[in-house]
Design a protein around this ligand. Structure first.
Ligand SMILES: [Zn+2]
Length: 385
C-alpha cells in the first residue's frame, strides 16, 4: 500500500468543516486528487434562505464504466469541546485509535476511498485499469442538504457525466467492519395534525368545544401499525414528536390543539398513498365529530431500495475476501444522500463502524481505516477488471 489513509483522515479532521463551512477540507482533497491526475471541479451552490455550500467533483478516465465514490466533508458541531478526551479537530491518534469529529462520519471513509483509488492508479501506471473513477463530495449533508448532493448531481448530469454505480462511504457497519451494507433507506415524512374546537370558559364546557379531546382520540387512532414490514424493510412507524396547545390560562378551554409527527416508511407506501392512509384513519376516528386538518411538510426523503444483483454481489465478495465476513443488506437508520444518488445510478452504502458518529470522542481504530482501504481497493479492482 502506498497511500496512507490515516494521514489523509488526520488532515481532513484538522479542517473545521462544520456545516456549511468548507473549512479547507475540499481544498485539501483537490490538491491530493489533482496531484494524482484527477480533473477536479469545485462548485458553489446557493439558494435564497440557505447558506451557500461548496462541493467537489473529480474524475480520472473518460470511458465507462464510471465508478463513483460519494461522501460529505461537512461534520456536525463538536458540542462542548472540553468534554472530549482529545480536541475534536486535532486528529490525534492514541493507542491505535484516531479521534476527532468526522473520524467515522465520514472523513475517515473519504480518506479510505481516496487512498484506495490512489493505490489502484499507482498499480496501473497512473490510470484506471479501464473506465473511470470519480468522487462526488459535498459540504452539505448534515445540514438541510439543499445546496449539496442534489444540485451537484444535477450539475454533473448537465455536463454529460454518466454514473454507472456508486459507493457512498457513510458509516454503515453496526458492530464490526464488514457486518453491514446499507442497500436502501426508509422514507421520512413530517406532518402536523390540527384539531379545531371552540374556545370558552372551563366552568361552562357546554358552551365550548375542547379540541384536546378530539386530538387525543385521533393521536390514539394514528398509532396503529402501518404495515408488517416488507422483504427488505422493517415495519413503517409513525411517532408523535410534539403536542402543542400553548394555553397559559387555567380557566380557558383552548380553541385549537396541534400535534407534530414523523413517519419512517418502507417500500409498501408511496408518499401520496401514505398521506391518504393517514387522513382516512383520522376521518374514521373523528366520526364526523372532530374538526381536523393535516399540514404536511414537503419531503425530499423518499423510500428506496437497491435490489440485490451483480454489483451488490461484487461488493459483498470484496468485503468477504478482506474481512472474512459476509455483510448483511440493511435498510435501517436515518436518511442519507443515497436518496438523491439513487435517481442517477444504483448506490450502496459501505463505510466504517458507525457507533461513535455524532458523539463526543468520535473515533475509529486505525486498523479499520487500513482494512476499509483494502476493501475499497478490492471493489475497484473487481469492478474495473
Ligand atoms: Zn454522514
Amino acid at each position: 500500500m502506498t497511500a496512507d489513509p490515516v494521514a489523509l483522515a488526520r488532515e481532513l479532521i484538522r479542517c473545521r468543516s462544520v456545516t456549511p463551512e468548507e473549512g479547507g477540507a475540499l481544498a485539501y482533497l483537490q490538491g491530493v486528487l489533482e496531484k494524482a491526475g484527477f480533473t477536479v471541479h469545485r462548485t458553489t451552490f446557493a439558494e435564497p434562505g440557505t447558506a451557500p455550500v461548496e462541493n467537489l467533483y473529480a474524475r480520472i478516465g473518460a470511458e465507462r464504466p464510471n465508478l463513483v465514490f460519494a461522501g460529505h466533508t461537512d461534520v456536525v458541531p463538536p458540542g462542548d469541546a472540553a468534554a472530549w478526551r482529545h480536541p475534536p479537530f486535532a486528529g490525534e491518534v492514541e493507542g491505535g485509535v484516531l479521534y476527532g469529529r468526522g473520524a467515522v462520519d465520514m472523513k475517515g471513509g473519504i480518506a479510505c476511498f481516496v487512498a484506495a483509488a490512489l493505490d489502484h492508479l499507482a498499480a496501473n501506471g497512473g490510470k484506471p485499469k479501464r473506465g473511470s473513477i470519480s468522487f462526488l463530495i459535498t459540504g452539505d449533508e448534515e445540514g438541510v442538504a439543499v445546496n449539496g448532493t442534489p444540485k451537484l448531481l444535477k450539475w454533473a448530469a448537465e455536463r454529460g457525466e454518466k454514473f454507472d454505480h456508486c459507493i457512498l462511504g457513510e458509516p454503515s457497519n453496526v458492530e464490526v467492519l464488514g457486518d453491514t451494507i446499507k442497500a436502501g433507506r426508509r422514507g421520512s415524512l413530517n406532518g402536523t395534525l390540527v384539531v379545531t374546537g371552540r374556545q370558552g370558559h372551563v366552568a361552562y364546557p357546554d358552551r365550548a368545544d375542547n379540541p384536546i379531546r378530539g386530538l387525543a382520540a385521533l393521536i390514539a387512532a394514528l398509532q396503529a401499525p402501518l404495515d408488517e414490514g416488507s422483504e427488505q424493510f422493517d415495519p413503517s412507524h409513525l411517532e408523535f414528536t410534539s403536542v402543542d396547545v400553548g394555553n397559559a390560562t387555567v380557566n380557558l378551554i383552548p380553541g385549537e390543539a396541534r400535534a407534530r409527527f414523523n413517519i419512517r416508511y418502507n417500500d409498501r407506501h408511496s408518499q401520496v398513498a401514505l398521506k391518504t392512509l393517514i387522513e382516512r384513519r383520522a376521518e374514521a376516528a373523528a366520526g364526523g365529530r372532530v374538526r381536523f386538518a393535516f399540514e404536511w411538510q414537503p419531503s425530499n426523503a423518499d423510500v428506496f431500495v437497491t435490489k440485490p444483483g451483480p454489483f451488490t454481489e461484487l461488493a459483498q465478495g470484496a468485503i468477504a475476501e478482506v474481512t472474512g465476513r459476509k455483510p448483511q443488506l440493511s435498510t435501517s437508520g436515518g436518511t442519507s444522500d443515497a436518496r438523491f444518488i439513487k435517481d442517477f445510478c444504483p448506490v450502496l452504502e459501505f463505510g466504517l463502524v458507525g457507533r461513535s458518529m455524532h458523539a463526543v470522542d468520535e473515533c475509529t481504530p486505525v486498523a479499520d481505516l487500513v482494512t476499509l482501504t483494502a476493501i475499497y481497493q478490492r471493489i475497484i479492482e473487481k469492478y474495473l477488471e
